[in-house]
Design a binder for this molecule. Structure first.
Ligand code: NAP
Length: 299
């Protein structure tokens, strides 16, 4: 019997396409606006994973023509110092997006810092004002990872209307905004979490299954409805038997690909889409500011 294999939702290719579109858009707008868009990524301490993510974001900025105003602070930086930096970036006319790379060292109040970012420069879409806009279905900056998932589903013309969507995970970063975006797209949404009973009986109903728990291999093929769309948000670093470190998702890819219709790989699925949407949010803020300043009146 022939073994079925799911089609890949190629986030890497789509992110590349978005980068190219942004590059042309920025080239065209810069002459009218008189400056490039600017993004400030703030990082505190020496977490190697965070450092890699920040490098990645800055490289992507350089590629599309976004100026980076990132700053790297020592581990012992105080809350007050960071609040002052955010305040001056809020006022800086060259900066359109501000992002605080998480996690932060324990002595810092991450939520307070995130709340201090001006909502219209909140490139990560995590400020309560932007989350409130999402709840209300109003325009606003959307959280990059779930917005990246939505964009990926849209690219492959996967309809969500009336579908059963299950989100595994309820974090403010991924699970909750993801569920709201699926709801906005008319899916019937269930959110599962660590206290949910019989996860399999929940995931088995999903036409669209989004795994965002941060547990390698949590979702196995027998938990997936045949023909489902499976999106793996998980990014977990594991060490294999040879002592080599690699990145895996929350879904057991090989076996699940035999059941699902579509599946995202890790790496190369949701990760690159998160960065692409971060750049897109920065450009959206840049455009909005230019419009408010009357610099695009001829458009
Ligand atoms: P998080 O804050 O740790 O949240 C994990 C969520 O999963 C929680 O809601 C938790 O439930 C739930 N959960 C834990 N164990 C579970 C289980 N056995 N069954 C069902 N639900 C369970 O993590 P996060 O920030 O949302 O990130 C989730 C994963 O996505 C991580 O691997 C992270 O690295 C990855 N991520 C990837 C990207 C990307 O760009 N690809 C971006 C962000 C995050 P409770 O609420 O009950 O504790």
């Amino acid at each position: 019997m022939e073994t079925k294999t799911a089609k890949t939702l190629d986030g890497k290719a789509l992110a590349e396409k978005i980068h190219q579109e942004l590059t042309s858009q920025i080239t065209e707008l810069q002459t009218k606006i008189g400056r490039p868009p600017g993004l400030a990524v703030l990082m505190v301490g020496d977490n190697p994973a965070s450092a890699a993510y920040v490098r990645n974001k800055e490289k992507a900025c350089a590629k599309v023509g976004i100026a980076s105003f990132g700053q790297h602070f020592p581990q012992e930086t105080s809350q007050e110092e960071l609040e002052d930096v955010i305040e001056s970036l809020n006022q800086d006319a060259l900066v359109d997006g501000i992002l605080v790379q998480l996690p932060l060292p324990e002595h810092l109040d991450a939520v307070k810092l995130l709340h201090q970012i001006a909502p219209d420069k909140d490139a990560d879409g995590l400020h309560p004002v932007n989350l409130g806009r999402l709840v209300r279905g109003e325009r606003g900056l959307r959280s990059c990872t779930p917005a990246g998932v939505m964009r990926l589903l849209q690219e492959y013309e996967i309809s969500l209307r009336g579908k059963q969507a299950v989100v595994v995970g309820r974090s403010i970063l991924v699970g909750k905004p993801m569920a709201l975006m699926l709801l906005e797209a008319d899916a019937t949404v269930t959110i599962a979490h660590s206290r949910s009973h019989e996860l399999k009986s929940i995931t088995k109903n999903a036409d669209v299954l989004i795994a965002a728990a941060g547990l390698p291999g949590l979702i196995t093929a027998d938990m997936v409805k045949p023909g489902a769309v499976v999106v793996d948000v998980g990014m977990n670093r594991v060490t294999d038997a040879n002592g080599k470190s690699r990145l895996v998702g929350d879904v057991q890819f090989a076996s699940t690909a035999g059941v699902a219709e579509y599946i995202t790989p890790v790496p190369g699925g949701v990760g690159p889409m998160t960065v692409a949407l971060l750049l897109q949010n920065t450009v959206a803020s840049y455009l909005q500011t230019a419009k408010e300043q009357g610099k695009l009146n001829d458009k």
